[in-house]
Design a protein around this ligand. Structure first.
Ligand code: SF4
Ligand code: SF4
Length: 256
């Protein structure tokens, strides 16, 4: 049966009309960022502080794309009389995202919650070597990891919360002790400086007082000497006056 003329046009217009009334699904990326589900597997972030270099993730990774280097260090005993301990120190942690198949096994097996999924996906590179993210870059991804979902009401508090609180309390106590020690040191330093300044001022005052005393002594001596000289002079005058005046019984007074 030959097609009815204009039926193709009518069909096309019907499709256009149908899609015009439907909600659009086109994502305007990169002008508009997509809204991704919270558990999106975009990139892996490393929370280095939690990593004990147990190597479980590297061993379990099916692609062998996790590279870890470490060395051992001896740490002094926590309490006096205790034993020295040795611990692993992380030197390198890298994930090659050119090999990674985003299975999530490494995150699942990590016993210390050191690896997390981040929904970030914009890290395409023109050089494949750049897709090996070293520890600093993996740490930076941690800032993009979404918060864990809220706990069910009435559920038990996770042990990590209590451990984190204990660590924060310890840190705060150490900071307070340090601040108090610094304040005591500053106070002691100020007191020592004030004592030093007082010690330097005393000889000057002593010298002044001695000078004043010596001046007063010299003045007193001078006054005494002047008084003595005055009294001697008066005595001499009196003596001379006595000799010059004719008395009633004197020879000169008896002459006619
Ligand atoms: S997601 Fe899978 S493939 Fe990728 S690093 Fe982790 S274990 Fe390896
Ligand atoms: S499994 Fe976790 S703790 Fe162990 S090496 Fe990997 S990231 Fe670190």
């Amino acid at each position: 049966m030959p097609p009815i003329p204009g039926s193709g046009l009518a069909k096309g217009l019907a499709v256009t009309l149908r899609t015009m009334t439907k909600r659009t699904v086109t994502a305007q990326y990169p002008d508009v960022q997509p809204e991704l589900p919270p558990r999106t597997r975009g990139v892996i972030g490393l929370f280095e502080e939690n990593c004990t270099v147990c190597m479980l993730c590297a061993r379990e990774c099916p692609d062998w794309c996790i590279y870890i280097d470490s060395h051992k260090e001896t740490v002094p005993p926590a309490a006096p009389g205790g034993r020295e301990r040795s611990r692993n120190v992380l030197d390198r942690f890298a994930i090659d995202f050119a090999l990674c198949m985003y299975c999530g096994i490494c995150i699942e097996v990590c016993p210390f919650d050191a690896l997390f999924w981040s929904p970030e996906f914009e890290y395409a590179e023109t050089d494949i070597h750049e897709l090996t993210h070293e520890r600093d870059k993996l740490r930076d991804w941690m800032w993009t990891v979404p918060e864990p979902p809220a706990l069910d009401p009435g559920s038990e508090e996770p042990k990590e919360f209590a451990a984190a609180r204990k660590t924060a309390d310890k840190l705060r106590a150490a900071e307070e002790a340090e601040a108090q020690r610094a304040a005591e040191e500053a106070e002691a330093r100020q007191a020592a400086e004030a004592q030093q300044a007082a010690g330097a001022q005393r000889p000057v005052e002593d010298r002044g007082a001695e000078g004043r005393r010596a001046g007063e002594d010299r003045g007193a001596e001078g006054r005494r000497a002047a008084e003595d000289r005055g009294s001697e002079g008066r005595q001499a005058d009196e003596d001379q006056g006595g000799e010059g005046r004719p008395g009633p019984g004197s020879d000169r007074g008896g002459q006619p």
